[in-house]
Design a protein around this ligand. Sequence first.
Ligand code: NAD
Length: 261
Amino acid sequence: MSITTSLAGKTAVITGSTSGIGLGIARELARAGADVVLNSFTDSAEDHALAEAVAAEFGVTARYIRADMSRAEDCRALIGQAGACDILVNNAGIQHVAPVEDFPVAKWDAIIAINLSSAFHTTAAALPKMRAAGWGRVVNIASAHGLTASPFKSAYVSAKHGIVGFSKVVALETAEEPITCNSICPGYVLTPLVEAQIPDQMKTHNMSREDVIKKVMLDRQPSGEFVTVEQIGGTVVFLCSDHAAQITGTAVSVDGGWTAM
Ligand code: NAD
């Protein structure tokens, strides 16, 4: 059997992909030849322009489809509107930092919906398409917080542990088919989501921005460096390649050594 990493002819749907890690993943999948569907809940002119820019840069088809990943029907409609869905990357995610007793109920519900339940809905809608196509890859973007915990991130840590477990179940349900399902557990990647946490962390820990970055965020990342979105995208491309056909149900850490400690 010839082993290939070209994803030409495959269609990839990446949730929450107009910025940060999702956009980085979409770009690496497009670089590998996949047609891509970008998603967010905004539907702005910039969102559509982003898809056009990806198409022009990599010579693939790139579309933007609006869907709110906090809503079950939107999650399922996204997969319906995408047409083909050979590769599904569940990436959309939000964060909120507060002690359990002060954690706003609405934030808890939103984090569980966007970071965990959306993957259930999109995967349920995508698996029949993958089975019909005779090939499929589901990659769920979890976190080092899918394997470890930090104070003040109860909803996030719960959702990320949940998605690692969900990935294992999907892997077992598809184990005898040419479909795999894995999660990726990034350490700290400098994206808008991380940038937005810095003011909260400064307040919670009463620290300067520099100290939060060094002593709170990268304190647990032994490499001392942020992970890049290209490194996460490249890991997704690998999991989609034939080399990774027997990798299923696993959580791949890309965390500069965080979870080795
Ligand atoms: P980001 O804020 O840069 O991007 C999040 C994306 O999700 C955006 O495109 C946003 O539009 C989209 N989104 C948010 N709410 C949505 C909704 N209701 N419906 C549809 N789209 C929605 O964040 P990021 O840092 O790139 O994070 C992406 C994923 O990676 C998240 O699941 C996050 O938990 C995970 N992650 C991030 C880091 C990190 O250090 N940045 C580390 C580990 C895991």
